[in-house]
Design a protein around this ligand. Structure first.
Ligand SMILES: [Zn+2]
Ligand SMILES: [Zn+2]
Length: 425
């Protein structure tokens, strides 16, 4: 490779390519070096091919025809069966426990067996999805302008208005149903949010609220409850970082302890192994319907925010890791800089060519990493290949700036929280 100023030649097809030292050098003609750091934990070939094919056939189907709401196809029924089975488990254990106590004798045997059954109930009981106790909740009185936009979007979609907004420092925007009343909550990750232009903000909010409307399986109560049980099991039976320490300590304290800890490790391995296997199965069964749900939510976003802004917003989400690195850098090394300002500067300085590279990389990369979402490359392509739609909710610059001010206080608290996690220089 010979460099002459800011231009070089592609080692693969010899065409001229531009060089920007701050970013990856790649070739527009043949896609050379589009993804310079491929993931090491690559799936087996067959799985990669299968997921590519799934993404492609679904894409073609949607490009040709209308996007339908997911119906009751075999995959959806299977997802509900799998989830329902898991939800019946605690009920069966509860009945079994009482049955043992009432009908089974001798008591010295039925009591411990019943206790075992009740322990199962505790383990597999459905839990309401709760917010993290440290979550920075912004309610209606604190952010009237933000809620005004959210309500406009919810009304335009025809879905329930959000009950609360949570601000955090993750580089994404999320939607969840919280508590037993499954009230809709929107999570705004400031590192992503601050880099979005007004109409792109409308697009991401509309995408998330669109999930609430579509009744995707993933957000439905049955599958959601099954997921939360499995998640809880995984958290309880995983090898915590402290476990190693406890093992070392117990080794010195008690010579017999290693056997006990070996037992815990085996139990951990069995429970978390089966829980993650079940979760994997549940994911794969509704792979197609969850990918379809993403396209549907994108289409809704296009109708609300305008198709062009929706496509841009999707491309912005590919900058999430740059945003997070800028945040981390500012927090660790630049104590006189507002970390969110640093993020805004970093993200807005990224040239179009670098964004284009990430879109192309997403074609290869995302089919492997996050199969729940179709590759961003296909999502933006579908939006741009279908007839353009104009925005029905427009966020003006003043209104947008007012929203930033409304979120500032919660953002400071979330930053302070994050600061505690970073050790001082
Ligand atoms: Zn080339
Ligand atoms: Zn989505």
């Amino acid at each position: 490779m010979q460099t002459e100023g800011a231009v070089t030649h592609c080692p693969q097809c010899a065409s001229q390519i531009r060089v920007d030292k701050r970013y990856v050098t790649w070739c527009d003609r043949c896609d050379w070096n589009v993804d310079p750091s491929p993931l090491n934990n690559t799936y087996p070939d067959w799985r990669q091919k299968l997921e590519h094919r799934l993404a492609d056939t679904l894409y073609r189907e949607l490009e040709r025809g209308a996007v339908h709401r997911p119906g009751w196809d075999a995959a959806r029924v299977a997802a509900y069966l799998l989830a329902g089975l898991l939800l019946l488990l605690p009920l069966a254990a509860l009945l079994g426990g009482f049955g043992l106590l009432i009908f089974y004798r001798p008591l010295w045997l039925s009591i411990p067996l019943a206790l075992l059954a009740f322990a199962m109930v505790m383990l597999f009981r459905p839990r309401a999805h709760r917010l993290d106790p440290g979550a920075q909740v912004v309610n209606r009185d604190q952010a009237p302008r933000l809620y005004d936009v959210l309500d406009q979007i919810a009304d335009a979609i025809g879905t329930q208005r959000v009950a609360a907004v949570v601000v955090d420092m993750e580089p994404n925007i999320w939607f969840a149903r919280i508590g037993w009343r499954v009230r809709p909550v929107i999570g705004i990750g400031l590192p992503l949010w601050v880099g979005l232009r007004p109409q792109e903000r409308v697009a991401v909010l509309a995408h998330e609220l669109g999930h609430g409307k579509n009744g995707d399986v993933r957000h439905g109560w049955v599958v959601g409850a099954a997921r939360s049980i499995l998640g809880e099991l995984l958290a309880t039976f995983s090898d915590q970082p402290l476990d190693q320490y406890r093992r070392d300590l117990s080794y010195y304290v008690n010579a017999r302890a290693p056997y006990v800890s070996l037992l815990t490790r085996i139990l951990n391995a069995i429970v978390s192994g089966s829980a993650s296997g079940y979760l994997w199965l549940l994911d794969k069964v509704d792979l197609r319907s969850s990918q379809r749900a993403e396209y549907l939510a994108d289409r809704k976003a296009g109708e609300i925010a305008g198709s062009e802004a929706t496509a841009w917003a999707l491309e912005r989400t590919l900058l999430a890791d740059s945003a997070y690195h800028a945040l981390e850098r500012a927090m660790r090394f630049q104590h006189d800089v507002d970390p969110l300002d640093a993020v805004r500067r970093e993200v807005s300085a990224i040239p179009a060519r670098e964004i284009e590279r990430r879109v192309r990389a997403s074609r290869i990369r995302e089919a492997r990493t996050d199969s729940r979402h179709p590759p961003t490359y296909l999502r933006t392509k579908l939006i741009r290949n279908r007839p353009a739609t104009a925005a029905s909710v427009v966020l003006g610059l003043d209104h947008n700036a007012a929203i930033d001010r409304e979120l500032a206080a919660a953002g400071e608290l979330a930053l302070a929280e994050l600061r505690r996690e970073f050790p001082d220089r």
